[in-house]
Design a protein around this ligand. Structure first.
Ligand code: PLP
Length: 403
């Protein structure tokens, strides 16, 4: 028997955590989002929310982008959603070639999420390290404040005690080091360490923009000791800083780079970009995934990559980012409820006196979606297509709710 539920029935049935059939791994907001238009989301009561969250850095092109719809429709028209990785497709090849052309990398591996991209990068690092070193060169080092995902090895590289504690033991051979050059100098032992993973801007950890000199020193240390430097640009990459890759603005080139979140316009996709040397160490059979880089998702990602690498869009994000920083700074001084602001482009954190979570909830009431990055840090990640009028509208709502 087929039961057809109307949208209203579904919303009524899942309206709260107690009646929902979804596993309660998230404290979800009370409203039900049913649509999107431009830089706004719409709930089941028709209320509109200005989006300062982008589905956590995913919806960089906002909602209802006609280009994304066309690519999806065309791909469906061709009848090819999935092929498996046993066969080549033009879409997967084209996307990989674009990312290679646009970066330091010589090869790309596609997967389905950010955590999966980082886990793959750890495997590739170990594969390569065993070639340049011995069987003891296996350790992965991450930094204090890092977030790299919620699977066993990526969680071991994530500095959130509450996320880690219930799931011990986590994957071995992965540890967290202070963001301190002296500590890192000791930890980065070329005999035992395969890779160092770094978010150039720590997103979940409080929107902390790592110092360019610090990153340059890390590059020099890892190069000297034949340790792979992995940049996790899952949140800060693909235009969010106003540069296609965050590393381009720092002038530090990694050996591997992981991407996910915005790459396929909201469809699930991750990517691992690898240098020629690391690529040469990887052989058939070393890694795999059923769905990674299928023709539908790759076609959408190709379109998104074209849009997000448009120099005019990137310049806009850079210019508006400087202006947005000034508006947030002025807000902080006027309100007295914001202790510090950090960020660049369209990724900003505001250290707030009150609970950041309470402020986010007041945002819902006032038609604004924002995020937290820790107990007292508000995080804003607007779609990269948001114009200054809408950014200002969001800043004004923020000012009315910060405490
Ligand atoms: N790395 C960074 C920097 C992230 O911000 C995230 C997600 O927030 C991840 C990794 C994990 O990505 P996913 O949730 O797609 O597994």
């Amino acid at each position: 028997m087929t039961v057809t539920l109307s949208a209203e029935d579904v919303f009524a049935a899942t309206a709260d955590a107690e009646t929902s059939s979804l596993l309660s791994t998230y404290k979800r907001a009370p409203m039900q989002l049913v649509g999107g238009e431009g830089v706004e989301l719409i709930d089941s009561n028709g209320k509109r929310y200005l989006d300062f969250a982008s589905g956590i850095a995913v919806n960089s092109l906002g909602y209802g982008d006609p280009g994304i719809a066309k690519v999806i429709n065309d791909a469906l028209g061709a009848g090819l959603i999935h092929t498996s990785n046993l066969y080549r497709t033009a879409q997967g090849e084209e996307l990989a070639a674009k990312l290679v052309e646009r970066s330091f990398a010589s090869k790309v591996f596609f997967c389905n999420s950010g955590a999966e991209a980082n886990e793959g990068a750890f495997k590739f690092a170990r594969r390569w390290a065993r070639k340049v070193g011995t069987d003891t060169k296996v350790e992965i080092i991450a930094l204090r404040g890092a977030f790299h995902g919620r699977l066993f090895a990526s969680l071991a590289a994530t500095d959130r005690p509450s996320y880690r504690a219930p799931f011990r033991p986590l994957a071995g051979g992965v540890s967290i080091c202070e963001r301190d050059l002296r500590d890192l100098d000791t930890a980065l032992d070329g005999e035992t360490v395969a890779a160092l993973i770094v978010e150039p801007i720590q997103g979940e950890g409080g929107v902390r923009v790592l110092d360019a000199d610090f990153l340059r020193r890390l590059r020099a240390m890892t190069a000297e000791r034949e340790i792979a430097l992995i940049f996790d640009e899952i949140q800060c990459g693909l235009g969010r800083t106003g540069h296609f890759f965050a590393y381009e603005s720092i002038g530090v080139v990694p050996d591997m780079l992981t991407l996910a979140k915005p790459i396929a316009g909201g469809l699930p996709m991750g990517a691992i970009l690898v240098s020629e040397e690391i690529g040469a160490a990887i052989q058939a059979g070393d890694h795999g995934t059923t769905f990674g880089g299928g023709p539908l998702v790759a076609a959408v990602a190709s379109y998104v990559v074209d849009r997000l690498s448009d120099p005019a869009l990137l310049k806009n994000v850079r210019d508006n980012g400087v202006w947005l920083g000034q508006q947030l700074d002025a807000l902080a001084r006027r309100s007295g409820k914001v202790r510090a602001i950090r960020g660049m482009g369209y990724i900003w954190g505001l250290d707030v006196v009150e609970s950041a979570n309470d402020i986010v909830k007041r945002g819902w009431e006032n038609g604004l979606l924002a995020l937290t990055a820790g107990e007292h840090t508000l995080r804003i990640l607007p779609p990269l297509v948001m114009n200054r009028d809408d950014l200002m509208r969001g800043v004004q709502i923020l000012e009315s709710i910060v405490g």
